[in-house]
Design a protein around this ligand. Structure first.
Ligand SMILES: [Ca+2]
Ligand SMILES: [Ca+2]
Ligand SMILES: [Ca+2]
Ligand SMILES: [Ca+2]
Length: 443
């Protein structure tokens, strides 16, 4: 199904997935996270963090009321407090590489930290830093599934153990019997913990495939409501991603940054939303389209291009559903290369393929160029363009240059040549008219 826009999926019953509860490890693989701030609907934030095989957790590690993604490699934990793609803010060690680890706010200071579980014993630490546990206690049996939540709304997370469809709740992190128990769902259900209605109390959601059955009290009885999110095979995480006090879902996915060749590829599940480069069919003509659906209609085309040159770039957006490519060869992720001083027909990445500066046309008659902010190949991608042009000045702030029939050669830095160029996008009407002229010349 469509993955760019995480729409409702068909109801399917699938085998129990790894426990994706808030507080517990989420499971799955992949560095891509599709987070939503609502119950159902589309992803509101898509980000890449860590490596495909990292173990992951969600939590608020800086007390800003927003949860973020924590990745684990053995006994080392990498914290990033921003919900955006990028490196870790810091890392620390806790416990042994084989330990089961839980995340929670054990002391009610607003910051989530770790607890290590060994059998029925829990070793609590109240800071995200390397060092010994602050204290330990026992709860339940070594074989119990354990959940973390603030069951009584006092601001402190504690444990509940699950035995089949029965849950034994304890409201303190101390050794002793459960305070109460209740039943919810079936023994085989995947269960998630969160504050689904913003009343500061955590309760359960049962997941069956891509459908989520929410209950807003820790008591026996039917679900209060249900909704769909993502695909039935997605691994789900729970967090308050926008700090509104309500927990919502995210799914973890493992698309690859590589488009092997001709065909239709689903963005988000098969191929990552990223920047790609192809050899563009070595002059034989490379056709591609970014699609808003997985059908064949013209309306589903977000952008397309027929590239007769030797280099093509495309930026697949997180909102793209599919990428169709034909006679372009493989599309590879972009790394810096050596500069080309005679960028012929095609797309060129500034700072990787070509350097900023002045380029003069050796065949100016039907020369078309566009300085671009990205490779989505939309009109809004174009900073400036010209047709029948003798030269172009590429600024260091430009992302790329697209050219056809110019035969450009590098003519020195812009300052040395005494030329100037606008850094921001020009008149959109003029840009569209110029592009139209160049497309007429293509025919
Ligand atoms: Ca936070
Ligand atoms: Ca805390
Ligand atoms: Ca509590
Ligand atoms: Ca609640």
């Amino acid at each position: 199904m469509a993955v760019g826009a995480l729409a409702a999926g068909a109801m399917l019953v699938v085998p129990a997935l790894p426990a994706g509860a808030k507080g517990a490890e989420a499971g799955g693989a992949g560095p891509w996270y599709y987070l939503t701030d609502s119950q159902g609907g589309v992803a509101s934030n898509v980000l890449e963090y860590g490596s495909p095989n990292d173990r992951v957790y969600a939590g608020d590690f800086n007390a800003d009321n927003r949860d973020s993604i924590l990745v684990r490699r053995g006994g080392q934990y990498f914290v990033r407090n921003a919900l955006s793609s990028g490196p870790a803010d810091y890392s620390f060690y806790y416990g042994d590489p084989g330990d089961t680890v839980l995340v929670g706010d054990w002391n009610g200071d607003g910051t989530d930290t770790l607890a290590v579980r060994r059998g029925g014993q829990y070793f609590i630490k109240n800071t995200t830093s390397t060092g010994p546990a602050d204290y330990s206690f026992y709860y339940g049996n070594p074989g119990d599934t354990v959940l973390v939540g603030d069951w009584n709304g006092d601001g402190t997370d504690t444990l509940a153990v699950r035995r089949g469809g029965q849950y034994f709740v304890k409201n303190s992190t101390s050794t002793g019997p459960a305070d109460y128990s209740f039943y919810y769902g079936n023994p085989g259900d995947t269960v998630l913990v969160g504050d689904w209605n913003g009343d500061n109390t955590d309760t359960l959601t049962v997941r069956r495939g891509g459908q989520y059955f929410v209950k807003n009290s820790t008591s026996t009885g039917p679900a209060d409501f249900n909704y769909f999110y993502g695909d039935p095979t997605d691994v789900a995480l729970v967090g308050d991603w926008n700090g509104d006090g309500t927990d919502t879902l995210g799914v973890r996915r493992n698309p690859v940054k590589w488009v092997p060749g001709d065909g239709r590829w689903l963005v988000g599940s098969q191929v990552a939303p990223a920047r790609y480069r192809s050899g563009a069919g070595n002059g034989g003509g490379c056709y591609w389209e970014r699609r808003s659906n997985n059908a064949d209609d013209l309306n589903g085309i977000n952008a397309n291009d027929f590239n007769l040159g030797t280099r093509a770039y495309v930026d697949l957006a997180t909102t793209d559903v599919a990428f169709e490519t034909s006679d372009c060869g493989a599309w590879a992720p972009v790394y810096s290369g050596s500069y080309v001083d005679a960028p012929r027909d095609g797309d060129w990445l500034v700072g990787a393929d070509i350097r900023p500066g002045l380029y003069t046309a050796t065949t100016p008659g039907e020369c078309y160029w566009a300085r671009v902010t990205d490779f989505r190949h939309e009109l809004s991608s174009i900073i400036d363009n010209d047709y029948g042009s003798y030269q172009v000045t590429v600024l260091p702030t430009d992302t790329g240059l697209t050219t056809s029939r110019c035969g450009f050669v590098y003519a020195g830095s812009a300052s040395a040549a005494g030329t100037t160029a606008a850094a921001s996008n020009g008149d959109p009407t003029e840009i569209a008219a110029t592009k139209e002229l160049a497309e007429q010349a293509d025919k």
